[in-house]
Design a protein around this ligand. Structure first.
Ligand code: GLC
Length: 650
């Protein structure tokens, strides 16, 4: 059952599609104080688990920490961070009582889940203008599915988006991209997607292509496609301020940029230098920005990643000038200078709360200060793109994922988990985000495999890929200046070929389970607690996931490990894809086991009386022979593929 409660004058976010009448009175669980700002509090039972929050730090069980929904471009995801790139305001309490809470509020919202007081949870925000949805159900899974029905169907990508992708910030020229493809093909490592980071553009100007490096871009995309490669360019939120640049000029002429109090377009410095930020909350501006994707679609592009859309602001001219005038005092009296303040001022330039209060959106004729709707910005950028795809390519699935998001954006695209680092702890952190994101509707998801920042190692990349085999988005991406991490850079190229080939062997199953999850408002990744709610041990498992209806995954995430402990809530068939092409199969009883998993093996567990299809590997998705399936698991079982009508775009 779902009940809606409303306070003040909520800003429409379009997260919820169902028409739910507003209830009078107050929710059955917890206390509310809406006198000065808004506070919801609930006394937690020692046994309660709190699920949710999508892309957030820490565990699958969110208890014991503080999280603030305020989309933030922060590339150092250490344990103390309270905000990442998304704002996914769903939590589910599972224990003494079972209920879900969705706070539909697009500004900063804090979830203190047993942080200030271990046995209490408090959710608070500045303005008592919001809708709260309270969902009651049998258990956390049931509540999630009711929530998913409220927020509308999840985005479905084209099948090629389940192929493996290579990315790196720094590829510039046609030759750079061709080299990556030829090295992959030469080593017979499967590859479908090649991501184009900001350097493909002319001076980081959105919707331009550097013509010196790509004299005939259309011919280039066509030539890549012949080799089974889809090019996926990045699009950033900020539009470079430059006379003569048509996107800038159109934006100014149409009044499509966010404005300051005085009506002048706001300026923000990002990769291109000074930019204006399109007002994605204005339907007209959205339509205009979306129409610019057509240029690239016409050149043969079939997918995009939207970036810097929290929006990230390196600094604003106003912030810079304030700092410069402060620095004016610096000089002879160095010792008298307040170093702490200097440090705070320099660091405070980036993504400054002050800047977010300095510009406005036009929402259906109403002027709204940015910080009040901050969490909707990236979502609406992706919505702009998706609405344009529906206009220009209605019969085609276009790949789309974003860095920033709010619930509701799951209908328009997927997300990647932003700038993680080449740390073993991030492999585990990324795994934990997967089911939480599915609760919030985001199904097309994945992390930068191998790690974006810092230098990776061969073993870390192999282990991360062995998790990536199962994530809908399987992309190896890294930052400029870090160790190069294309698979052919390492000693054991055959191991990379093997692991990625297993992904291709599993594509009929993975894509089919994805489609089922999207079509039925279901989850692709579930915590064990959702499938085995009565099993006290399963309820607490944080490093194994159920995938689809048939399998469990348990990746290795520690360096130098030769395997790992797993907990099986029921009998399962343990399968390893061995590097020589054979399968290792062993039936394991319910309980705890240590399983050995070498660096070049891909493990999975098939649930009792289930089986899954496999195909022979190929070097790209459209070369897979999808009609010749073999099955592994419990052979007497039945497996039905999802209805794939309209999903094959090759
Ligand atoms: C941001 C993105 C990253 C990209 C970089 C350069 O940091 O998160 O993926 O490589 O910008 O465009």
């Amino acid at each position: 059952m779902i009940q809606k409660y409303s306070w003040g004058d909520p800003i429409a976010t379009d997260a919820i599609l169902s028409d739910i009448p507003t209830s009078s009175g107050s929710p059955a669980f917890g206390q509310i104080d809406a006198a000065d700002g808004f506070r919801y509090s609930y006394a937690l039972d020692p046994d309660d688990i709190v699920f949710g929050l999508g892309e957030a730090n820490r565990g699958i069980n969110k208890r014991g920490f503080l999280y603030t929904s305020f989309c933030t471009d922060d590339p150092i995801h250490t344990e103390e961070k309270v905000s990442l790139y998304g704002a996914h305001n769903l939590i589910i309490v599972s224990g003494k009582e079972n209920f879900g809470l969705f706070f539909d509020y697009p500004g900063a919202l804090t979830f203190d889940i047993g942080y200030s007081h271990m046995d209490n949870m408090e959710i608070r925000c500045e303005d008592a203008d919001l809708d709260l949805y309270v969902i009651t159900g049998e258990d956390a899974y049931d509540i999630t599915r009711q929530f998913r029905r409220m927020i509308g169907k999840s985005y479905i990508p084209p099948r090629f988006a389940f192929g493996y992708g290579q990315s790196r910030w720094g590829y510039k020229t046609r030759e750079d991209f061709e080299t990556v493809v030829s090295r992959y093909r030469e080593h017979h490592i499967p590859l479908d997607l090649l991501y184009m980071d900001i350097d493909y553009m002319d001076d980081y100007k959105d919707f331009t292509v550097n013509t010196e490096n790509f004299p005939d871009f259309e011919a280039f995309t066509a030539q890549m496609k012949k080799q089974g490669i889809h090019l996926i360019p990045i699009i950033d939120a900020g539009v470079k301020i430059e006379e003569g640049y048509d996107v800038y000029e159109e934006g100014i002429a149409g009044g499509y940029f966010c404005r300051q109090e005085n009506g002048e377009p706001f300026e923000a410095c990002v990769w291109p230098g000074l930019t204006h930020l399109p007002d994605f909350l204005d339907p007209e501006a959205r339509k205009w920005f979306g129409s610019r994707y057509k240029r690239l679609l016409d050149a043969g592009i079939e997918g995009f990643w939207n970036d810097m859309n929290e929006p990230a602001i390196f600094y604003s001219p106003k912030g810079r000038d304030d700092l410069l005038s402060y620095l004016d005092g610096y000089g002879d009296e160095k010792n008298a200078f307040d170093h702490e303040e200097l440090h705070a001022r320099v660091h405070g330039l980036t993504n400054s709360p002050k800047d977010y209060r300095d510009f406005y959106h036009d929402v259906n004729g109403k002027k709204i200060r940015h910080d009040k709707v901050h969490n909707l910005y990236g979502s609406n950028m992706t919505r702009a793109a998706s609405e344009a795809f529906a206009r220009y390519a209605p019969d085609k699935r276009i790949l789309m994922f974003s860095r920033s998001s709010y619930i509701g954006m799951h209908r328009y695209g997927g997300i990647w988990m932003g700038d993680n680092r080449s740390w073993w702890s991030h492999l585990l952190l990324n795994l934990k985000m997967l089911p939480s994101l599915n609760m919030c509707g985001f199904l097309y998801i994945g992390a930068d495999l191998g790690g974006f920042g810092a230098d990776t190692t061969e073993d870390l990349l192999l282990r991360w890929l062995a998790l990536g085999v199962f994530t809908p988005l399987m992309r190896n991406h890294s930052a400029l200046g870090t160790r190069e991490q294309e698979c052919y850079r390492f000693d054991h190229i055959e191991d990379f070929r093997h692991i990625i080939s297993i992904r291709y062997r599993l594509i009929p199953y993975l894509y089919s389970e994805y489609l089922k999850a999207a079509q039925n408002d279901d989850m692709y990744f579930k915590p064990l607690a959702f499938v085995y709610p009565e099993d006290r041990s399963a309820r607490r498992v944080e490093d194994q996931l159920m995938l689809g209806n048939e399998i469990m995954i348990a990746p290795v995430y520690t360096q130098n490990a030769v395997g790992r402990y797993v907990y099986l809530p029921e009998e399962m068939k343990f399968i390893k894809f061995l590097p020589d092409g054979r399968l290792y199969e062993e039936i394991l009883e319910k309980g705890h086991h240590f399983v050995e998993i070498a660096l070049n093996e891909v493990p999975l567990f098939i649930r009792k009386d289930k089986k899954i299809p496999l195909v022979d590997p190929a070097e790209y998705v459209s070369a897979l022979d999808m009609d010749t399936l073999t099955f592994i698991g419990y052979t007497d079982a039945v497996y039905e593929l999802a209805d794939t009508e309209n999903s094959d775009d090759d």
